[in-house]
Design a protein around this ligand. Structure first.
Ligand code: NAD
Length: 251
């Protein structure tokens, strides 16, 4: 049977590249996103619907639709995430804190909750959560994002323990800085704050990695494909870093 994958936040950025990679590998692919224009522009052959990953009612409907149309789900990529505010902890706004946790963490939990209900009866499945190197090292002035991405790893490990006996594996991918519009925005903001050029900030990010380059979304997508595949059948509960080995976050 053709394997089936859902990618949340899959209409742009890393999620869209993941979706294309799964499509190229022969999967049936369903993406969801809140960006309605991007959902409408998703390449042919990929099922795309609007859904807020942090809204339980919308996620319940989405998984109901997947059950009705596909009859199950083999791979879940819980990828929804927003950057959240950049602020010193003493200036942290509680509403912005909650919003960041809501998309990054509630979104991952709801995907796992409804994904488990679909996968358990089949006795098989792979869940892949998009965390971040921020969920391993921390990032100054990004407390809600960091807290959420650490929590996603804890969620993933718990899910792996609960669902392993049902043939379901759970892992997280921790990308470093990934080329694309999102990192361009992060770099531009940092350059402005530090009075540097964007190129200098970008070079600093690359210099802090062993491989001296930023990741591409394709690097993250290739890892997701591997984690979804039978080749990874004994890998569960792991947070896999895809960042060229960041060893100096402030070079
Ligand atoms: P992006 O900004 O390019 O795309 C994010 C997508 O998420 C957009 O399509 C947006 O519409 C969608 N989205 C936002 N809120 C949503 C919600 N509530 N429900 C559903 N969709 C929603 O970002 P990206 O770089 O592709 O990031 C994807 C994931 O990778 C995120 O979880 C992010 O935290 C993580 N990540 C990114 C980087 C990086 O450098 N880009 C590094 C580490 C981790």
């Amino acid at each position: 049977m053709t394997p089936r994958v859902l990618v949340t936040a899959g209409a742009n950025g890393i999620g869209l590249v993941m979706a294309r990679a799964f499509q190229d590998a022969g999967y049936r692919v369903w993406v969801t996103d809140v960006d309605t224009a991007a959902v409408a522009a998703v390449p042919e052959g990929i099922r795309a619907t609007v859904c807020d990953a942090s809204a339980e009612a919308e996620m319940a409907i989405l998984f109901g639709d997947i059950a009705a149309e596909w009859g199950g789900l083999d791979v879940l990529c819980a990828n929804a995430g927003i950057k959240g505010p950049t602020a010193a902890i003493e200036d942290m706004d509680l509403a912005e804190w909650h919003q960041c946790l809501s998309v990054n963490l509630d979104g991952a939990m709801l995907a796992a909750k409804y994904g488990a209900r679909l996968m358990k009866p089949a006795g098989a499945g792979a869940m892949i959560f998009t965390s971040s190197t921020s969920g391993l090292f921390g990032t100054p002035f990004r407390a809600p994002y960091v807290a959420a991405k650490w929590a996603v790893i804890g969620l993933m490990k718990t899910v792996a323990m609960e669902l392993g006996q049902h043939g379901i594996r759970a892992n997280a991918i921790c990308p470093g800085s990934v080329n694309g519009p999102r990192i361009d925005r992060v770099i531009a903001a940092e350059a402005e704050a530090k009075g540097m050029t964007a190129d200098a900030v970008r070079q600093g990010y690359a210099a802090g990695t062993a491989l001296k380059r930023l990741s591409d979304p394709e690097d993250v997508a290739a890892t997701a494909l591997f984690l979804a595949s039978p080749a990874a059948r004994m890998i569960s509960g792991q947070a896999i870093t895809v960042d060229g080995f960041t060893y100096n976050v402030d070079p």
